[in-house]
Design a protein around this ligand. Structure first.
Ligand code: IPM
Ligand code: MN
Length: 347
């Protein structure tokens, strides 16, 4: 295949700025070999204020027609909390069955970590979190009673189905098997979340039979945060639920050079729908419109998009260009477009 169509959702805050640099690098990395046609979708705070719409059905249907989706960020302080998250981002993840939320954490050479890496991770930091993307407390299965009274009750029920857990666990095992260390850690909290925790644990034990060459380990999520700070080299592939995955991937980003470098893919491994690639960071309204945001996470997300589409050589070139830029970056302050230009120039 030579022609791909990408749906682009810049979204809120710095989203459109970093996505612009991602597209610049995409064009540079694929020039001459492949064409990417892009269609912009106006979703997020602007549309909500103007029309009251979050994700119209017609837009969702159009998204389905593309080969992949590139997203900047969703969320804005001018919109009540949750409206855009539950109205735009999560419905896309759910409707397109993005059950693998893939979040690599890799400390590139020359990049500073807040950890004393020479001491706590002498062999480097290079792991990937396979975060479940369609279940857990994100399903919106909760409710409020006696709102505003001293006896208010709020519940957020974490939904974990055998089907949903098994498919993401199988994906994580397959990813672990394809990596040199072949190690998979389940992160959960089965000492307290006894229902979901036991389902996850049993599922890992059962699926492990099909991957005899993958070594498995278990960490409670609280302990996992300690090890991320004190011994991150122990992790290779981590599989965990939607909420734990959200939390630990922010820590993972922090130790691996900061949230400005963290890329992610919302992936449907069955490929029945387009997968969506986005930086892990949010819309950063405090620096939006100033050309200050680091587009590297968006650029690395483009690399993941290329990998997903089977364009491995192009993806490797993007990664190499980012690695070279990071190695030479130093402490110089550069604008969003300067970083994008510098990476694109290496292609
Ligand atoms: C992320 C974000 C989202 C999430 C929010 C914006 C709904 O924090 O992609 O990590 O919680 O998944
Ligand atoms: Mn998050």
């Amino acid at each position: 295949k030579k022609d791909y169509s990408i749906a682009v959702i810049g979204g809120d805050g710095i989203g459109p700025e970093v996505v612009g640099e991602g597209l610049k690098v995409l064009a540079a990395a694929t020039a001459g070999s492949t064409t990417f046609s892009t269609t912009d979708y106006d979703l997020g705070a602007r549309r909500w204020h103007a029309t009251g719409e979050t994700l119209p059905d017609s837009v969702l249907e159009e998204l389905r027609g593309h080969d992949a989706i590139l997203l900047g960020a969703i969320g804005d302080p001018s919109v009540p909390s949750g409206v855009l998250e539950r109205g735009v981002l999560l419905p896309i993840r759910f409707a397109l069955d993005h059950y693998v939320n893939l979040r690599p954490a890799r400390l590139f050479p020359g990049v500073a970590s807040p950890l004393d890496v020479a001491r706590v991770a002498p062999d480097g930091i290079d792991f990937v979190v396979v975060r479940e993307g369609t279940e857990g407390p994100y399903t919106g299965n909760g409710g409020s009673l006696r709102v505003g009274t001293p006896h208010e009750i709020a519940t957020e029920v974490s939904v974990n189905t055998r089907f949903g857990v098994e498919r993401v666990v199988r994906d994580a095992f397959a990813r672990a098997q394809a990596r040199p260390r072949r190690h998979l850690t389940l992160v959960h909290k089965h000492n307290v979340l006894t229902h979901a925790g036991h389902l996850w644990r049993r599922t890992v034990d059962e699926v492990a039979v099909d991957f005899p060459d993958v070594e498995t380990a278990y960490q409670h999520v609280d302990a996992a945060t300690i090890f991320m700070a004190t011994d991150p080299g122990r992790f290779d592939v981590i599989v965990t639920d939607n909420l734990f995955g959200d939390i630990i991937t922010d820590i993972a980003a922090a130790i691996a050079g900061g949230i400005g470098l963290a890329a992610s893919g919302n992936i449907n491994p069955a490929r029945t729908t387009p997968s969506m690639f986005e930086p892990v960071h949010g819309s950063a309204p405090d620096i939006a419109g100033q050309g200050k945001a680091d587009p590297t996470a968006a650029v690395l997300s483009v690399g993941m998009l290329l990998t997903h589409l089977g364009l491995a050589a192009e993806a490797a070139r993007v990664e190499a260009a980012v690695a070279a830029d990071l190695a030479e970056r130093g402490s110089a302050v550069r604008s969003t477009t300067q970083v994008g230009d510098a990476i694109a120039a290496r292609l």
